[in-house]
Design a binder for this molecule. Structure first.
Ligand SMILES: [Zn+2]
Length: 202
């Protein structure tokens, strides 16, 4: 564990938070102090903790703006862990650089791509700064009835957004009042984004 900045990048359901929790646990077992931050809009498992789909959890400080990491950081922290980092404002990049300058290691987990298959927030810049990157993949849930499992099962690097049972349109707003929506892991072949502009080649 000599790297200073480590990123965990993948789709939803890829086990990103589980990998983050594993690193936190290893660091704490080695006797170091870890301070965990998360965006306060992520309340799926309660406001004051991060949680993996397989049941692990750790206390976390919920924040709105990246500068709150510096304001609220415990003075003896050796490692700062940040979950769902793609939701933060671009100032997160300078906050991470500031922490590294103070010899505080940083590890983060985030979605590399949004439901449209386009880069999410500051993830491209953050990943470019990393000394090490882990890219876990999920399992594609696209239904294929002929298969024993009933689904594709290939490595999934994309997050499929489904609104009222149909693939979400490229232009659908992020917040849809009154619509039922869900997310599914998909491989690149089964990631559907109706209305997405084709690549422009001159
Ligand atoms: Zn697939």
């Amino acid at each position: 564990m000599t790297e200073n900045l480590k990123g965990i990048s993948g789709s939803m359901f890829a086990g990103k938070t589980e990998l983050l929790l594993k690193e936190i646990s290893r660091t704490e077992m080695a006797g170091y102090k870890v301070h965990v931050f998360k965006p306060s809009i992520d309340t799926r498992w309660g406001l004051y903790e991060i949680h993996s789909h397989s049941g692990g959890s750790h206390a976390a400080t919920p924040i709105n703006h990246p500068y709150e990491i510096i304001e609220q950081l415990e003075t003896d922290a050796d490692l700062v862990a940040i979950d769902e980092i793609q939701f933060f404002e671009p100032e997160i990049i300078d906050v991470v650089r500031f922490l590294l300058d103070q010899d505080i290691r940083v590890i983060f987990a985030g979605l590399a791509l949004d439901f449209r298959g386009e880069s999410f927030g500051s993830m491209p810049d953050l990943l470019a700064l990393c000394d090490e990157i882990e890219r876990p993949s999920a399992i594609c849930q696209y239904p294929i009835p002929e298969k024993k499992t009933g689904k594709c099962g290939a490595g999934a690097t994309r997050t499929q957004r489904i609104v009222n049972g149909q693939p979400a349109n490229y232009n659908d707003p992020i917040v849809l009042i009154g619509a039922s929506q869900e997310y599914e892991a998909r491989c690149p072949n089964h990631h559907e984004v109706p209305g997405k502009p084709k690549p422009k080649i001159k």
